[in-house]
Write a protein that binds this ligand. Structure first.
Ligand code: NOJ
Length: 512
């Protein structure tokens, strides 16, 4: 069982935009290697890297054309193995991004499956058996194959859906999950995982993990499929970790995932915290955390001991947190993110408060997401230290706003967001109660009210976390003594006659 995830703190790298080592305007593996020291210094000990495989890049690499070959723009397979080695030398781990649900239309499996005659790949994708019948409720590709049928798509119309079968087949072309075609797809997926785990990666973030089996209303077929894959991993690669892009931990962890994300879609109320018109972490103090806490508790109780619920600072699909929160608000958002159970995930650049870059023309299928994928800002030299290429050759334009944050100046400033994040990570690492497996009990999380208070505990200790993001002093009745202060930010929290007063935009951590 992947023990290393018990205290993993992840850093998500979008390889296009992290560091360009050969001045072609796009990031690469060697650039990431150059910056591993930075990630380690921040305190993260694990990496999730977005897809880096051969692809026509209609969806930033989530449209793979060869699962066994890296995209040359990032480097060779050997360069990627070198990255794994360097990560391991630093005592860190790295997850690749696995896209099991669909390929690119350029994948050789798909090219074969479009042929009229039967071959090994005829059943690799979800095809209807007549060009005039489209798969119900899904987009489809039609009219480009010799084959008389339409092929279901999972996301963009360049991403045909791989065939894992139908939980309840209703049409003749819908195959049951235990038919030969779906079984061969699972075997092909396991081969890909085996190949990269043998090469030295430590596991996978799994794209759209809940979408594999079709007509699977309660996800029973998809859960069973992942249980099988988890059994394969436990047999062959017991230290490998799997995290799902699913957003429903009660289902994904049942399926054998070690971790699942709460996301900007799905029932988690994640957006109430950082991304809505009145986020809870805004100092306007109009947000509400109660629905988030209610669903979190339900998930937490249903999944206890099964795996981790992970709350990311952001990712390549959502607007950056800094579009909604500024200055100290971001510090308090991180006080929360870095003191919750589950593995924290920091999206590159969020630790310095990188902006969402407005009004960018879509790059490689990014559309509105492009603004969250701009180059990392390392310093205030040319191209913010990201690349030596001419500015008009950068893969995505840089944030050109005045006063944009950068790593070099924030490292020097003790009051910067970077240094706050770094202190919060080291606090987490020093206290088992604050780590991934520590328990949580919510003490004060009332509807439309502040502060937000919870108790983290391990066998060794209990830590009370108090956070008041609002711009007004807030109070709550507290049965705990507050003399064991471990950390605070903002003004001083006081207690009198059992009532704790928490100054505007402040936080405190107490051993109780
Ligand atoms: C989720 C990924 O995070 C996103 O970037 C991608 O476009 C879709 N899945 C399709 O693979």
């Amino acid at each position: 069982m992947a023990k290393w995830i018990d205290n993993a703190i992840f850093y998500e790298i979008y390889p296009q935009s992290f560091k360009d080592s050969n001045n072609d305007g796009i990031g690469d593996f060697n650039g990431i290697i150059e910056k591993l020291g930075y990630i380690k210094e921040l305190g993260c000990n694990a990496i999730w890297m977005n897809p880096c495989f051969e692809s026509p890049f209609n969806d930033a690499g989530y449209d793979v054309s060869d699962y066994y070959k890296t995209a040359p723009r990032y480097g060779s397979n050997e360069d990627l193995k070198h990255l794994f080695d360097e990560v391991h030398k630093m005592g860190m781990h790295i997850l690749l991004d696995l896209v099991p649900g669909h390929t690119s239309v350029k994948h050789k499996w798909f090219l074969e499956s479009m042929k009229a005659g039967e071959n090994e790949f005829t059943d690799r994708y979800v095809w209807t058996d007549d060009i005039w019948e489209s798969p119900e409720g899904m987009g489809c590709i039609r009219g480009i194959s010799e084959r008389n049928g339409s092929c279901a798509v999972n996301f963009f119309s360049t991403q045909p859906a791989l065939n894992y079968g139908f939980y309840k087949p209703e049409r003749p072309w819908q195959q049951p999950v235990d038919a030969d075609g779906p079984k061969a797809t699972v075997a092909a997926l396991e081969d890909i995982m085996r190949f990269w785990l043998d090469a030295g990666c430590d596991g996978f973030r799994v794209d759209m993990a809940g979408s594999l089996v079709k007509n699977d209303e309660d996800f029973k077929g998809t859960i069973k499929l992942w249980q099988g894959i988890r059994a394969f991993l436990d047999r062959e690669f017991p230290d490998a970790a799997l995290i799902s892009e699913w957003g429903e931990p009660d289902k994904s962890l049942e399926g054998g995932f070690h971790m699942d994300f709460l996301l900007h879609f799905g029932p988690s109320h994640y957006n109430d915290l950082f991304r809505c018109s009145e986020p809870y972490f805004s100092s306007r103090g109009k947000g509400d955390i109660s629905e988030f806490v209610k669903t979190y508790k339900e998930n937490y109780n249903k999944t206890s001991q099964k795996g981790l619920i992970c709350i990311p600072s952001g990712n390549h699909d959502m607007e950056r947190m800094a579009r909604y929160l500024k200055g100290d608000e971001l510090k308090l958002a991180f006080a929360f993110l870095l003191s919750m159970p589950g593995a924290p995930f920091i999206y590159y650049g969020d630790e310095i408060g990188m902006n969402y870059v407005e009004n960018l023309v879509s790059v490689e299928g990014g559309y509105g997401r492009t603004g969250s994928r701009s180059p990392m800002q390392w310093d205030n030299t040319r191209n913010a230290g990201f690349s030596g290429a001419p500015a008009d050759k950068l893969y995505i334009p840089l944030d050109n706003s005045p006063g944009r944050p950068d790593v070099e100046s924030q490292v020097k400033d003790v009051d910067s967001l970077y240094n706050e994040v770094k202190r919060l990570i080291s606090l987490r690492k020093a206290h088992p109660a604050l780590q991934n497996m520590g328990k949580i009990e919510f003490i004060y999380a009332e509807s439309h009210a502040f502060p937000f208070v919870y108790l983290r505990s391990s066998e060794e200790e209990k830590i009370l976390v108090i956070i008041n993001p609002s711009g007004k002093t807030a109070s709550f009745k507290c049965g705990f003594p507050l003399d064991g202060k471990l950390y605070s930010s903002g003004g001083s929290i006081t207690k009198e006659d059992g009532v704790v007063e928490v100054p505007a935009v402040s936080s405190g951590f107490y051993r109780v």
